[in-house]
Design a protein around this ligand. Structure first.
Ligand code: HEM
Length: 223
């Protein structure tokens, strides 16, 4: 009998979710590296060249489909796991019965929702313009002129503020995601878990501080 994604066991859910999560964590590394080129002080030339390469490379197009599939799978499974844990949560025994799983899902779901809201705002302002689903702003040459879009968007305190707050939650989400992905894949070991936790914290800090440096640069340094 065929199984739908909803009828898989909790363990299969966690396994698939961990794989999707690791893929998304790798995407964040490449996305950050490309975006940091905006800070070169060359008016976006190096960044434009990277965008040109990425948007004309057929392999990247394929990876983009995987990326969106990864996001959708991660969001659907995250929601299923959270709902299951909410239902399974014992009522009335607040303190004594707190488990790893309930703490994990409790914080991860909420930070995940904040990142999702951020992602919608972010995609509408950049990715949708490229796809022709949102209008090209006046100051941009065309739908690929992301540097010009970034300059104007990040000069706005509200827009940059939303990004900065989201990156705090992103860091929090990633710190837990990193170690819990290893746990879900059965790669936790009393000897290695402390090291995995430290690497996860460093990864989360690099990603959130790295991304935060972009709005901060456009707000306070870029003329
Ligand atoms: C200040 C930080 C960020 C900047 C300046 C930035 C910039 C951009 C730009 C310019 C694009 C369009 C690229 C293209 O379509 O060729 C884009 C797309 C995208 N961004 Fe970001 N981004 C930032 C943070 C993030 C974060 C934190 C996430 C995930 C949580 C994210 C997820 C995405 C996704 C999924 C796409 C569409 C896929 C792609 O084009 O690669 N971005 N971003």
């Amino acid at each position: 009998m065929k199984k739908s994604i909803f009828s898989l066991s909790s363990l299969s859910h966690k396994y698939i979710m961990a794989m999707a999560g690791i893929f998304l964590m790798l995407f964040l590394c490449t996305h950050l590296l490309t975006n940091l080129l905006m800070l070169m002080g060359d008016g976006g030339k190096a960044f434009d060249r990277a965008v040109e390469f990425l948007s004309t490379n057929p392999l990247i197009k394929v990876v983009e489909y995987f990326l969106f599939a990864g996001f959708i799978i991660h969001i659907i499974l995250g929601t299923i796991i959270w709902v299951r844990n909410q239902k399974a949560r014992p009522v009335g025994y607040h303190v004594a019965l707190k488990t790893e799983t309930s703490a994990f899902s409790k914080f991860m779901f909420h930070t995940g929702v904040i990142i999702f809201v951020f992602l919608v705002i972010h995609l509408v302002n950049f990715f949708f313009v490229k796809l022709g689903l949102a209008p090209v702003p006046d100051h941009a040459r065309d739908g690929h002129d992301f540097y010009a879009m970034a300059v104007v968007l990040f000069k706005n305190y509200w827009y940059s503020g939303i990004y900065l707050v989201s990156f705090v939650f992103l860091g929090f989400h990633l710190k837990h995601a990193f170690q819990s992905a290893f746990q879900s894949l059965g790669l936790n070991h009393s000897k290695y878990t402390p090291a995995i936790k430290i690497i996860g914290t460093i990864y989360a800090l690099i990603i959130s501080v790295g991304f935060a440096s972009i709005p901060i640069y456009f707000l306070f340094i870029h003329q």
